[in-house]
Ligand binder design. Structure first.
Ligand code: PEP
Length: 252
């Protein structure tokens, strides 16, 4: 019922030259798997979107973005609008990533506006939620995730469940090499599924994809994906290497 989703988040990595060499390898690997039973996407930096758009045109790989503003245009220096992303056929937009929250001070209210703006523009928001290590140690994981989820989705009373994605990314697992165990991740994913039922209804909650993110590698992806409520992965570090990312995306 839920098509698996594998997304690479390049963050602030890869110049255009490096991107060229990445796709020379990745597009060759794509000949081995057509990904018809799953969705695969890559979120390069904004400066490469135009170029990557042309490279991915004839492939099944979706173009994604790492953030977006909620307005179509206006005096918002440094921001990119959903309309600009749509012009490049971007389909998914990562929002509320922990680096945006913790390094750039984005709060739940701003993230909610971004989620709503991106959704209403016809793109698919990927709302990231997750607790810090201290919050986990203090037993506040569920409370933190619930607040982020409910605030992030507050503008979307009516939704098409295929057009929204949630990513559970525990902050302590991002870029640390320490992934959540499958059961730790499943526990939170199951909790999120329950919250989505409360917010919408059982039928729609069942159709919303919930991704896990945090030190996913070709070595740990299989066991994570075996959990019933893990519908895909959001991959940072390992997506920077075309071979590693291809391995992750092509698991059985
Ligand atoms: C991320 O940035 O979304 C992420 C999960 O990073 P990493 O895979 O490197 O932990």
């Amino acid at each position: 019922m839920r098509k698996a989703l594998f997304l690479g988040n390049w963050k602030m990595h890869h110049t255009i030259l490096e991107t060229k060499s990445y796709f020379e390898k990745f597009l060759r690997l794509l000949l081995k798997h057509n990904f018809s039973d799953r969705t695969v996407g890559i979120a390069p930096p904004f400066t490469s979107l135009f170029y990557v758009h042309s490279l991915l045109k004839e492939t099944p790989v979706k173009l994604c973005a790492q953030n977006a503003h909620f307005e179509e245009k206006g005096p918002f220096t440094g921001e990119i609008s959903p309309l600009m992303l749509k012009e490049l056929e971007v389909e998914y937009v990562i929002l509320g990533h922990s680096e945006r929250r913790h390094l750039f001070g984005e709060g739940d209210e701003l993230i909610q506006r971004r989620v709503e703006g991106v959704y209403r523009a016809g793109l698919v928001p990927i709302l990231c939620v997750g607790e810090t290590l201290n919050e986990r140690k203090e037993g506040k994981t569920f409370e933190r995730v619930e607040t982020q989820l409910k605030k992030g989705l507050a503008g979307l009373k009516e939704i098409n469940p295929e057009r929204i994605v949630i990513a559970y990314e525990p902050v302590w697992a991002i870029g640390t090499g320490v992934n959540a165990t499958p059961s730790q991740a499943e526990e939170v994913h199951n909790f999120i599924r329950g919250l989505l039922e409360e917010l919408y209804d059982e039928e729609r909650a069942k159709r919303i994809r919930i991704l896990y993110g945090g030190s996913v590698t070709p070595e740990n992806v299989n066991e994570l994906m075996r959990e019933p409520n893990i519908d895909g992965v959001l991959v940072g570090g390992a997506s920077l290497d075309p071979e590693k990312f291809f391995k992750i995306c092509s698991i059985n």
